[in-house]
Design a protein around this ligand. Sequence first.
Ligand SMILES: Cc1cc2nc3c(=O)[nH]c(=O)nc-3n(C[C@H](O)[C@H](O)[C@H](O)COP(=O)(O)OP(=O)(O)OC[C@H]3O[C@@H](n4cnc5c(N)ncnc54)[C@H](O)[C@@H]3O)c2cc1C
Ligand SMILES: Cc1cc2nc3c(=O)[nH]c(=O)nc-3n(C[C@H](O)[C@H](O)[C@H](O)COP(=O)(O)O)c2cc1C
Length: 667
Amino acid sequence: MLQEILRPITINGLAIKNRIARASHGTSYGRGTITDDLIAYHEARAKSGVGLNILEATVVHPSSSNHTVNAFDDSIIAGFSALARSCERHGMRSFVQLWHGGHRWAPANGRAPWSASNVPCPLGTVNVPFAMTMSQIDEITEAFAAAAWRVKAGGLDGIELHFGHGYLVHQFLCVLTNKRDDSYGGSLDNRMRFGRDIITAVRDRVGRRFPVGIRLSDYNTPGGLSPEEAGEVVHRLCADGLIDYVSASMGSPYSISTMLGAMDMPAGYMQSSALPIARRANVPTMIAGRYRTLREGNQVIREGEADMVSFVRAMIADADLVAKTLAGQEERVRPCIACNQGCVAGIRTSLQRMLCTVNPAVGMERTMAEELIVPAEQQLRIVVVGGGPAGMEAARLAALSGHDVTLFEAQPKLGGAINIARRAPNLSAIADITHWLEQEIGILGVNLRLSAYAEAEDVRAEWPDVVIVATGSLPRMDGVQVARPERPVPGFDKSHVLSSHDLLHRRRDRLGRSAVVFDDVGHYEALACAEYLIEHGVKVTFVTRHSSFAPQIEVMVRTGPALRRLRRGDFTLVTGGRLVSIDTDCCEIGYLDGEQVWRVAADTVVLVTYNDPQNQLFRDLGGADADRLPFALHLIGDANAPRDLLVAMREGHLAGRCGKTWQAVLS
Ligand SMILES: Cc1cc2nc3c(=O)[nH]c(=O)nc-3n(C[C@H](O)[C@H](O)[C@H](O)COP(=O)(O)OP(=O)(O)OC[C@H]3O[C@@H](n4cnc5c(N)ncnc54)[C@H](O)[C@@H]3O)c2cc1C
Ligand SMILES: Cc1cc2nc3c(=O)[nH]c(=O)nc-3n(C[C@H](O)[C@H](O)[C@H](O)COP(=O)(O)O)c2cc1C
């Protein structure tokens, strides 16, 4: 049934055992070098049976800095060799993606970024770039060639030149970012000249027999490089015999959400951009875009849409995707929910390290891989209270370690707050992980007590060795706004003032015609409420105390698409705002720092303020003096402090492994 994707393929004479690929993705595990963590991360996926891996965007020249791998001097060769050795013993081929970020990534020394012209990047706050001089064009061309030689010297199998995603070579290819009037600007042939120079120099350095391909996307923005024009680039490069494969992708910084489609995007969502590129190639092609199963990938190849299919986030979430599928256990593959909270946000926020919401061991395979778990010498009685993600992940890990685990859940169904979140438009995929957890703890034989609200006495009656309290959090609904804590907003106790939980359970005919959503938190919850209301035809005034819309999830590239969907309805955004009072059919609202107040109609008011951790059970069990209890006591997830799914899973994972701490694991 998986015949197509399991068929071997050859790239410029290099045999690859199947068509299962992992496209390049930055992890920041290297911090400039190839670390043991980076090797272990890739080796775990090699063991599973992947055919081809492309190492993350690897920096060719210090004029563009990143937190990935630097290949601009010979010191990297030893690291490449170590990576090659660890992956080739499992039969996985490894290429390296060579990269220069152009105007998107400035040099570390704070100087202006280099680009085709002085057009600033639409993302972030990097400086205005300067147009590269001829000698700088030569310098970067040589840097690509030298880095390619280091890849070959390190014993890796091939090169991918990053020509897409709005990075330097793409900036030359696209008229929006290339305003040059010399031989590197103007006609398509001229705009391709820099890319051609690079390929030719790389070929000269590594030889004709070494695989060299490109990654190319469209710009996905009006006036930018179109899929058809990108296809023409591929056609011309193939006609000149310059490239051995093409990885076709989608997007640029002008359309960042399409490069990293979140859970609102279906499998294969990149096809509208990638297929016009791939179809012009007469060499093997690869595509990506939220593929999660080998069956989906097999179908892509069967349809003739591409020769290889990439599974990036799917295999971040589960290193064993291939092995489990081939063993007939596809349903046991841990699902990627495309939340982008761990992977994309991880590398872009303060931790600067790729994480995974659903798989807390990612990037720590050397110490935390689940295959390292050995049955405990002494079986413990472990009681978990709360069947949300934190409690289920704790129960799963404890059961994997061979303990006797009982899980109490007050509701008749497992899932916790995720059962509410999944009711919102475009969030249903979030429940894939709680369904998987439920399946796994069932297989592992966890004793489930559903519809069982546990009090301290119930817990003690189990004679536990370990108690894990994962009782979640609930909306406060006390009407207090963080920026105006002096008194609750008048009218907060009226019957049409709802929490997110109330709203998402409310019938359509009881939503009214207009609503105010007040957001104190700036995260996913108020956004989910606004989407729910707009989807049901309700006019929404969204009042946030923050200076932008849902700033906490912007880094996950989820804000832009959500705003676009909301604006298709009757949606008004008030930033830096507050609720002044709530009346039966309207609200008074104002700015945080001004006297001006105005009224907006509202049959429904939704208050999204910081939640209240449900930790009474922890306190009743003696949490204040936990060292003197006859059992170990842990408080995890939102019950510890209301945060999100990523932290809930992580704390559940660590508690289930009986006492490992996140700090200890990272150090
Ligand atoms: C609308 C909405 C959208 C969201 N969107 C996102 C998102 O996009 N990304 C994200 O990361 N997070 C999101 N979240 C937050 C996420 O759902 C929570 O952070 C996460 O579920 C917390 O997990 P938890 O296991 O700690 O607690 P919970 O999921 O709250 O689970 C706690 C469980 O404990 C049970 N319980 C409580 N007391 C007892 C007791 N005494 N005995 C037995 N059982 C008990 C409860 O019934 C509940 O099932 C969203 C939440 C909402 C409401
Ligand atoms: C954390 C992360 C880092 C990425 N870094 C790169 C990169 O360095 N180079 C690149 O070409 N694409 C990068 N991508 C894009 C992926 O290669 C891929 O196209 C994208 O994740 C969509 O595929 P998927 O749905 O299978 O994850 C990155 C993606 C993620 C999630």
